[in-house]
Design a protein around this ligand. Structure first.
Ligand SMILES: NC(=O)c1ccc[n+]([C@@H]2O[C@H](COP(=O)([O-])OP(=O)(O)OC[C@H]3O[C@@H](n4cnc5c(N)ncnc54)[C@H](OP(=O)(O)O)[C@@H]3O)[C@@H](O)[C@H]2O)c1
Length: 349
């Protein structure tokens, strides 16, 4: 039997595909919106492995993904594990419709098709930030109307409920990664979002504004008690791959960092890598007299504010159990590795 994947042309999906090619001998049906992007991805794998990949052109928001009825009949009863990763990873309120269309309507459609194909298990990649405004993340569904920070979190909370609605029809599994960063060995990351969106915004600000006034300092509002919960993409992909084998049905798994880095330290790493010494990090109560430029800077990164000013605690007991006895070690990300991952982003640019 085969594996079906959505979102493989993305940052995490590409890494998961690589793991599944290495860890299983199954055929992989990969849904892509853009065939040439898909073909480029396939070319990155050894020839023997390429033969196991079938690209299918489709969109998760289109009826039956836009696949032909003969393709759908061919897939019928063939899918052991259906991985759903495709999503819009943006947080802005003004993008609510786009976010909900891909993340919520797209997931509803994907579940319907997986069920129609009689897939045995459905693995959904959500986010640890379905925790919303709670302090502590638990490996259970949160109430559907819980308080959240943005439409992205909201779309993921609601989609998790959609997934569990199918638990009588398929084995359902939800993985919730925290903020995914580059590879723990090379720093390599093919992402424009989350931490990378934040770093890009600071880089743009530095080039547009700070370079013109190198003597000025620019204050960024943070919170010294807050932490950044980042997880390297290789750790995430290794755990997601267990979704096809040993993950337990009807279970939620946090892929989080048990010792998240203090935010002042994270921002210092970004500041050093960006060579932006004029950037100062201040506490919210010190922010009364921000200049217009500083307000613009803080607005620019406003969507990241919840993640800069909060200290979330995530229970990852289910994940610890899942990796027990495998070659995956529970995450311990030291400062040097985290710094290397951040530096790698600016070096690769
Ligand atoms: N990155 C993180 O820090 C993070 C953290 C926690 C959870 N997650 C979750 O992990 C998953 C993957 O995230 P990522 O960082 O890899 O995102 P990404 O790099 O933006 O990739 C998104 C993927 O979804 C595909 N996609 C989007 N809309 C689609 C549509 N309508 N039809 C078909 N495919 C569509 C994209 O295809 P194209 O290549 O055609 O655009 C791409 O392959 C998401 O579910 C996200 O919520 C990510």
């Amino acid at each position: 039997m085969a594996i079906f994947l959505t979102g493989s042309t993305g940052f995490v999906g590409g890494r998961l595909l690589k793991n599944l090619l290495n860890d299983t001998d199954q055929q992989l049906f990969v849904l892509v919106r853009n065939m040439s992007k898909g073909e480029e991805l396939v070319q990155t794998f050894p020839e023997e492995q390429q033969k196991r990949i079938t690209l299918l052109r489709g969109d998760i928001t289109a009826p039956e993904f836009g696949l032909t009825s003969s393709t759908l009949s061919m897939l019928q009863n063939q899918i052991q594990t259906f991985y759903h990763l495709a999503a819009v990873v943006k947080f802005d309120e003004h993008l609510r419709d786009e976010i909900f269309s891909a993340n919520y309507d797209g997931t509803k459609n994907t579940l319907k098709i997986a069920h129609q194909l009689r897939a045995k298990r459905f693995v959904y990649v959500s986010t640890a930030y379905t925790v919303g405004k709670r302090e502590k993340g638990i490996e259970q569904l949160y109430p559907i109307n819980d308080d959240v920070h943005n439409p992205y979190e909201e779309s993921k909370v609601q989609s998790e409920h959609l997934v569990f609605d199918y638990k009588e029809d398929m084995e359902v599994i939800i993985f919730r990664p925290a903020i995914i960063v580059g590879d723990s060995k090379t720093g390599e990351a093919d992402s424009k979002f989350t931490l990378y969106g934040f770093m890009r915004a600071l880089d743009v600000f530095k080039r547009r504004v700070a370079r013109k006034h190198p003597e000025a300092t620019y204050r960024l509002i943070g919170d010294e008690r807050a932490t950044s919960n980042v997880v390297p993409v290789d750790y995430v992909a290794n755990i997601l791959a267990l979704g096809a084998t040993s993950a337990k049905p009807n279970t939620i798994y946090h892929i989080t960092n048990p010792q998240p880095t203090n935010n002042f330290k994270s921002l210092q790493f970004v500041k050093d890598a960006l060579d932006f010494p004029q950037l100062e990090i201040i506490q919210p109560h010190e922010a009364d007299d921000l200049t217009e430029t500083e307000r613009a800077l803080n607005d620019m990164i406003g969507v990241f504010k919840p993640y800069l000013t909060r200290d979330f605690v995530f229970d990852d007991s289910n994940t610890q159990q899942l990796i027990e006895g495998t070659s995956i070690e529970h995450l311990s990300l030291d400062d040097e590795t985290y710094r290397m991952i951040i530096e790698a982003y600016f070096q690769a640019k």
